[in-house]
Ligand binder design. Structure first.
Ligand code: IMP
Ligand code: MG
Length: 178
């Protein structure tokens, strides 16, 4: 596992510091608003658990699982698992692992907006702006770290479903792709 990592981009300590900061900001902004935090599976699982554990106000959690057909546009995405809580007139925050092309966040955002929440914001741990699809209009309200245009793994992010359990975010060695 770790021997396949070329370098650590964001350490466990840096991630946990950011998680603490997000949880504080979200707890302040959503005080008295009874928010729902929606995680987009599976990549967000570590970030989601760490953030919500440190939220100090009443809140609910829910999950979505969407899937895309590789190399295609957001119109070819589908909802595999929808939120189960009624979010109409509720304050909703989408938590994501990475804002890459933005196709999945755009799709998720529009999908949830159709349910008429009172508000809808996006909190992403990582942002890879160089890869953004120019057609994507959605913006992230909270961004943890901006990363270069490299494939990253760890802390929920995978390569072929592996490396999600690493506690940091790193770049794979080229030979690990073969
Ligand atoms: P999108 O390109 O912004 O729609 O991102 C789609 C999904 O691809 C993300 O939610 C991640 O699960 C995955 N992804 C994007 N970039 C990376 C990466 O560098 N490493 C691992 N997964 C990634
Ligand atoms: Mg994801």
């Amino acid at each position: 596992m770790k021997e396949n990592i070329q370098r650590v981009l964001i350490s466990e300590a840096q991630i946990q510091e950011k998680v603490k900061q997000f949880a504080k900001e979200l707890s302040e902004e959503y005080a008295g608003k009874d928010p729902i935090f929606v995680g987009v599976l599976k990549g967000v699982v570590m970030f989601f658990g760490d953030v919500v554990k440190q939220i100090t106000i009443p809140c609910q959690i829910d999950f979505m699982w969407i899937s895309s057909y590789k190399g295609t546009e957001s119109s070819h995405m589908e909802v595999k698992r929808d939120v189960s809580v009624d979010i109409k007139d509720r304050h909703v925050v989408i938590l994501e692992d990475i804002f890459d092309t933005g196709n999945s966040l755009e799709f998720t955002y529009k999908h949830l907006m159709e349910k008429q929440p009172a508000s809808l914001k996006i909190c992403t741990l990582l942002d890879k702006p160089e890869r953004r699809n120019p057609a994507v209009t959605v913006k992230a309200d909270y961004v943890g770290f901006t990363v270069p245009d490299e494939f990253v793994v760890g802390y929920g992010l995978d390569f072929n479903e592996y490396y999600r359990n690493l506690p940091f975010v790193g770049v794979l060695k080229p030979e690990a792709y073969q």
